[in-house]
Write a protein that binds this ligand. Sequence first.
Ligand code: 4NP
Length: 159
Amino acid sequence: MTVNVLFVCLGNICRSPTAHGVFQHRVDARGLGEQVRVDSAGTGGWHIGNPPDRRAAAAARQRGYDLSALRARQVAAEDFARFDYLLAMDADNLQHLDALQPADFDGELGLFLGYGSGSGVLEVPDPYFGGDGGFEHVLDLIEGASDGLLDHILQRHRL
Ligand code: 4NP
């Protein structure tokens, strides 16, 4: 079986591509690339077709994650038919997704950091209008939650 995971933020150029790259790296490191498929999208459409923000890409590269192949796209209602997990970076993104959610969706819709170790932080703050430190913080939060998410998926789907 294949488990499909979609990370969602606002622009799909900072937070969700970072989550995409970090989580993909974890999946590949455990040899699970065939069983767990990863993608990302934005609730907004301003950056469709664009590569990740250069600050996000540079911060990720420093930690060994390559975001260069990623391009922004906008989330659509059809994504609920294609993905088992739709994971929002913040409460606004989650509200947007909830409004698109069909009644028969039987996957998991929630905040990505909810799969973390319970630090109490549930939202990845938007780094777009801030300084470079925001991108390090985004990576810290995403790295922390990625292990918890992968463990959850492995257990729940017995991979
Ligand atoms: P992201 O960051 O949602 O993490 O990709 C943003 C990128 C662009 C904008 C806002 C947030 N924007 O307003 O263009």
